[in-house]
Design a protein around this ligand. Sequence first.
Ligand SMILES: *Cc1c(COP(=O)(O)O)cnc(C)c1O
Length: 451
Amino acid sequence: MLYHARMDLPTLDPCAASAGTDVLLAARPWLRMDVQDGLLFDGVSLAAIAQGVGTPCWVTGADTLLRRVRTLQAAMGQVGVPVAIHFAMKSNDHLAVLALMRGAGVGMDVVSGGELARALHAGIDSAGIVFSGVGKTDAELDAALRAGIGQINVESAEELHRLSARATTLGLTAPVSLRVNPDVESGTHAKIATGHAETKFGVAHDDAAALYAQGTRLPGLRMDGLAVHIGSQIGVPAPFRDAYRRVAALVGDIRAAGHAVRRVDCGGGLGIAYGDDASLAGVPAAWAGAIATTLGGLDLALSIEPGRWLAAPAGLLLSRVIQTKAAPTPFVVLDAAMNDLARPALYDAFHAVVPVAPQRRAGRVMHLVGPVCETGDILAADRRMPEMRAGELVAILDTGAYGAVMSSTYNARPFAAQVMIGGGRWSVIRPRQPVEALWAGESVPGWLVRA
Ligand SMILES: *Cc1c(COP(=O)(O)O)cnc(C)c1O
């Protein structure tokens, strides 16, 4: 069984669907239910935010986000050599988030020319930018070379040759890491599905040493090292350890052939508890341990590319109940939908949902759905929650990663407002999109309609 990128588990803790609000909040100390003000996020009233900017509304907690950066930096401190963090900005690319990362000394992992432009616009030091991705266009490679970014992860022999040609044309040197597909066996997590895309990412392990050697002979390239990214939402250290062991062996092989290997990029993929699974609390330390034992002693510049672990718990989606609908399992129709939060429809992903109001009514099982005209527009199925009434607020938790970035305007639903909280304050960081913006830029050909 292969671990590979874009894989996504519905949840690591399927019992979470029945976990009560108290249990879910206890697992998230940044959230607290106040008997007067209702649900507080980093001490800020979510009801006040909903009152001020309306719903649906994404809320990002700057204090929580920064705390998670510091926690991961501290965990990596045990590796014994510095481990640079490059935030996988595809998980949340808001400029305010990038600014926070920049302030905390975190670089960026980008997967497109658009993300590169966004990172540079946010003032991220180009030396701290890594470009990953299985299909980079010539224009994107040129932009990366011109910007002088620190690392380009090459995913195929074809790309290696194309990058050499682009760099030579521009008279620049490309800093290359070869992304290896370590083909690691599972054995720990039966639920991690095998996909058909298993060879799409990276260079086959058996071909890597020869391709690396070839790279050292191509003009315009500086072969710096290896990169690996084995998947997402991984909650146990075993697959990381297996992958890094194979990468370490490869470092040895390449060096034995007389080539320098200066760096290894250990990828991202660290999982979070979307429900209440306390066993995931030690995941950063376990990840650091896997890096330390396999690669820590090899005189390498090490780096990681986490997205979800840093950003997901630091964000939530505030939504209001439009109406309830009686059914054997009642439907609670929210004003947030799959166009806002795509993960449940896209991956059957689990997100915990908690009421914002402090009053408790008897719990029952319900489906929380959006109003979009798709059967798949179910944000949370079969949840035991206090009975919900029209006008009530809910918080859909752990949506700070792969949340707003995946939104669309399907059903002509404008992009939701975004708010950042920090130090007890809150600020709108993106106003709700005006509906007119949805058709701005569209035009009707003059020949289509006759007067
Ligand atoms: C998506 C991605 C990441 C981040 O994955 P997370 O599961 O969010 O940590 C890191 N590296 C690469 C190459 C990716 O594609």
